[in-house]
Write a protein that binds this ligand. Structure first.
Ligand SMILES: Cc1cc2nc3c(=O)[nH]c(=O)nc-3n(C[C@H](O)[C@H](O)[C@H](O)COP(=O)(O)O)c2cc1C
Length: 236
């Protein structure tokens, strides 16, 4: 079992603390041995998408940032569980988290769906002093869901502080309870398969478009080679 965790911030603050607590509980709760791989942004990836469209017109391997991106892309594709976390910065995920996710536009189900997404669970985690967790989690969940990830869980926490040492006792207790419950659920669901409903809906809409409009390459050929214009599906 592999767990990949990408922190949208370089410092080990409240958000990182919650993400690590959850990851460790998942690791303990799994029947099989679980390896955790961690990345910190922007330390481990610091490139904004340059908008060259190379990935859409050829493949992600031709992205000018691919060499730096590859370890993160590989870890995401190999993971059974993905955790993306970010502190709330002006109601959204950090710029470096969004810059990373911009690089995976071709993985969206409307372009070149990745079958391996159907066996993954993912969690998005955000902490804020007061508000903005919902929109921040949505920023990260949009990519995971549109990649086809089987199930995406959301943890938004108002911690009333700017550092972990200052989080009030009552809120800490609530965090421990939430990570207990969610880790147990993730362990129970390990091995479940299928794209989430949102991704499936977009798959079928795109399939319809492929059948009614002139083929847009390289997406059309990728679907054709995989048999998705016929009876095969990326989640089977
Ligand atoms: C640039 C910046 C913007 C922030 N914007 C918000 C915000 O919109 N809403 C909020 O409640 N807290 C906001 N905060 C506070 C942090 O989200 C909050 O303290 C968070 O728990 C910090 O997590 P960390 O310890 O992992 O960095 C902001 C902090 C910074 C530095």
């Amino acid at each position: 079992m592999k767990l990949t965790m990408i922190h949208g911030q370089a410092h080990r603050g409240s958000t990182c603390m919650v993400a690590r607590e959850l990851a460790e509980k998942i690791q303990k709760g799994m029947q099989e041995q679980a390896a955790i791989t961690e990345f910190f942004l922007p330390e481990d990836f610091d490139k904004p998408c340059c908008g060259c469209y190379t990935c859409f017109q050829t493949s992600l391997e031709h992205c000018p940032h691919f060499q730096k991106l590859k370890p993160l892309a590989d870890a995401l594709l190999e993971a059974d569980v993905i955790i993306l976390d970010s502190p709330v910065y002006v109601y959204h995920a950090t710029g470096q988290m969004m810059s990373l996710l911009d690089h995976f536009g071709t993985w969206w189900v409307v372009h070149r769906p990745r079958p391996e997404m159907s066996r993954k669970q993912a969690v998005v985690i955000s902490t804020a002093a007061g508000g903005g967790m919902k929109s921040t989690n949505q920023d990260m969940a949009d990519s995971l869901e549109m990649w086809g990830v089987h199930k995406v869980y959301r943890m938004g926490l108002g911690v009333q502080s700017t550092k972990p040492q200052e989080i009030p006792e009552g809120i800490l207790r609530r965090i421990h309870k939430k990570t207990d419950r969610l880790s147990a659920r993730i362990c129970r669901q390990h091995g479940a398969q299928g794209y989430n409903t949102r991704a499936k809906k977009w798959f079928y809409l795109m399939r319809l478009a492929h059948n009614h409009f002139p083929p847009a390459e390289p997406d059309w050929g990728y679907w054709e080679r995989n048999g998705w214009h016929k009876n095969k599906r990326p989640w089977q």
